[in-house]
Write a protein that binds this ligand. Structure first.
Ligand SMILES: NC(=O)c1ccc[n+]([C@@H]2O[C@H](COP(=O)([O-])OP(=O)(O)OC[C@H]3O[C@@H](n4cnc5c(N)ncnc54)[C@H](O)[C@@H]3O)[C@@H](O)[C@H]2O)c1
Length: 277
């Protein structure tokens, strides 16, 4: 055996791994890393072309799948089983960013300063909740919380009879420490943690593990709408002093999906670089 062979990671050899939202960012990196470590990849994303291109390059398959539609998520799980015979890992990753609002961000910073000066009378209301439309609230919960529920349900239907499997739900540091700027996103991500813990208790006796990952601020296209001031303000609250990389989240997800994490279920894994916001 050569030194290279000795260090080759085969943690996902033969596993069938379904990933939602893997046409871009974190999900795309998960797909690449899992494939490199021996997995068969199935991607579901609304970005049909990009998903197809990546899946094909990895020897896997893909389907146009909008996670807000339960029948499309069911079809994704069915595709994995018809194509590769089973599902070992299902990663609920698809997501959207709350639209950043530069003016509101500047107001929040100014309010903090005024509060420190004990000048509360001069602060300006942020009106995040009061100005939020039903549609914005509903859609954020639909993509993240409903999408994760649909994916977890479809995965469990296939994993329970085989008495094995790993469901991984991508939450966020904002699910643990909600921000005033994105109550809908924070609420959806917190609810994903509750769903993870609840489902893990039902499925643990059936050999299926369910865990959540809470990334901090990671350098992916999701952060592209943020301006430099916002990024500097965020990085100033990160102990390690920089945004995270997709690899740093992918390694955690890979560990949770592997047999090395056989005693982990109902857990919440934070990967935030020491974010203290
Ligand atoms: N990047 C970060 O800083 C960060 C931090 C915490 C959590 N997260 C979470 O990680 C996950 C991945 O985010 P990312 O940073 O890779 O973002 P990204 O924008 O790079 O990728 C998101 C992917 O989800 C897909 N998608 C969006 N809506 C969908 C839908 N309705 N159905 C199916 N696919 C859909 C997009 O097409 C895209 O491919 C998200 O759940 C996000 O909330 C990201």
């Amino acid at each position: 055996m050569t030194a290279n062979e000795k260090t080759t990671n085969t943690d996902h050899e033969g596993q069938v791994v379904v990933i939602t939202g893997a046409a871009s960012g974190l999900g795309a990196r998960f797909a690449e890393l899992f494939a490199q470590r021996g997995a068969h990849i199935v991607i579901g994303d609304i970005a049909e072309e990009a998903a197809h291109k990546l899946a094909t390059s990895l020897g896997g398959t893909s389907l146009k799948c909008d996670v807000t539609k339960s029948h499309e998520v069911d079809a994704l799980a069915d595709l994995a089983v018809s194509h590769f015979g089973k599902i070992d890992v299902f990663i609920n990753n698809a997501g959207i960013a709350p639209a950043p609002n530069e003016e509101r961000f500047a107001t929040a910073v100014a309010n903090q300063m005024l509060r420190l000066e004990n000048n509360v009378a001069a602060t300006t209301p942020l009106n995040v909740i009061t100005e939020m439309s039903d549609e914005d609230w509903d859609y954020m919960l639909k993509v993240h919380l409903y999408g994760t529920f649909y994916g977890s349900r479809a995965a469990a239907r296939h994993m329970t009879p085989q008495r094995s499997g790993s469901i991984i739900n991508i939450s966020s540091v904002l699910g643990l420490r909600p921000t005033a700027m994105a109550p809908h996103y924070s609420t959806a991500k917190a609810a994903i943690i509750a769903l993870t813990k609840s489902q893990s208790q039902e499925l643990a006796p059936l050999g299926v593990r369910v865990n959540a990952v809470c990334p901090g601020y990671i350098d992916t296209p999701l952060l592209a709408p943020m301006n430099d001031l916002m990024k500097v303000a965020i990085v100033s609250q990160i102990g390690i002093g920089r945004l995270g990389t997709d690899d740093e989240i992918a390694e955690m997800v890979s560990f949770i999906a592997s047999p090395k994490a056989s005693y982990c279920t109902g857990e919440v894994f934070s990967v935030t670089g020491g974010y203290s916001g």
